[in-house]
Structures are given as structure tokens and as C-alpha cells.
Design a protein around this ligand. Sequence first.
Ligand code: DX5
Ligand code: ZN
Length: 215
Amino acid sequence: MAFIAPSLLSANFLDLQSDCNMLNKSEADWFHLDVMDGRFVPNISFGPMLIDFFRKATTKTCDVHLMIEEPEKYAEAFKKAGADILTVHIEACTHLHRNIQQIKQLGMQAGVALNPHTSVSLLKDVLKDIDVVCLMSVNPGFGGQSFIPQTLQKIQELKKMIVALGATTKIEIDGGVTLENAPSIIAAGADVLVAGNTVFKSANPTATIAALKAL
Ligand code: DX5
Ligand code: ZN
């Protein structure tokens, strides 16, 4: 049974309280919060101020996905805002080991995200230090895109690396997850499913979360 992490990027920003209440009562495990800077990705979303509001609206794990350049400049601000998991992109980190250490020293779980073109083999020497690997199954920046099938092979490859190391790192899949493709994503070895449009654009988001959870 996978963890379900609805992405609030697809929520109704004029009524976030209702969407938070819905998620709180649902079987969702984590709140997935997408931070975009308009530099690392061609879109701008929100920053620590909104994370602070989400933190106060839930006791569930706040899983903050930073799609930003120079994440080390903002790690402390996201800790103060209430992030439990802070995920940085490997493509934005020249000194990834240092970024991971910083996140852990601040008292958060460390996540590392990989764009679709980035090989999981690059994680070999840091995998034991990472709590969550977020494999992007779309090019980051927008919700509602189609799942890139090659991701399934990346999941299998990464799972093998984690098992070989005896690590407890979770594999999170982000982008284009649907009720139709989720079974094969879980079968490949995913531990956490992010779902934006699949949850928030469905007729009954609570039931959709329950259906994902039941897979
Ligand atoms: C994309 C974000 C995702 C996005 C997922 O850059 O990182 O978390 O919100 O949305 P869906 O599930 O609609 O692809
Ligand atoms: Zn995300």
C-alpha cells in the first residue's frame, strides 16, 4: 500500500481551507507542496509564506518539493514555515551532499528530486543519506501533464540500488499519476504517489484518494 501525497498545486487557491479540510479527513498521507521560482522551472507558484498557512491547516506530513535554484538559501525559511520533508533537485545542486546535510541539520527529512532525463545512478554515493527520492515522471513546472513511461524502468533500477544498500529510502513518483497507471507504478517499486489533477479535478477527491490508497 503506497503513501498518497496529493499535490495542492491543483487545489482551488481561492478556497484552500476547504481543500485542506477535505485532505485532513481523507486517507491522504502527505500534503505535497510545489515551490517554483520561475528560474529552475518555467512557472512560479508559492513560497514559505503559504507553507506556513498549510502547516497550520494540517497535522499531516508537509512534503515540500523545491523546484528552485540555490535551495540552500531558503532551507531555513522552509524549516521555520513547517516543512517536514524538504526536497531539492539534483540538477540545481552543485554540492548535493552539502544540501542534504543542511536539510538534516535543520531537523527535516531530506529529499532529492530527479528530472526525467537524469539517471538514478547519480545517486549511488548519497543514497544512504536520503530519506526520499522523488522521480519526476513529467518535466517539472506544471500539473496535468502525461506520465513518461520510461519512469517505470527508473523506479525498478532505483529500487534495486536501495535494496542492495539496505537503505530505507522511499521512492516518490511525481507527475501524471492516474488511477489507471498507478498499479504499474506501485508494482515497479514506488512507495509514494503524488497526485494533483487526478485528485483535485475528479468528481469526488476523497473517493479518488481512497481508490489510490486501496491499490
Ligand atoms: C510538477 C509538480 C507536481 C504536479 C503534479 O512540476 O512537481 O507535483 O503538481 O501534478 P499532476 O499529478 O497533475 O501531474
Ligand atoms: Zn511536485
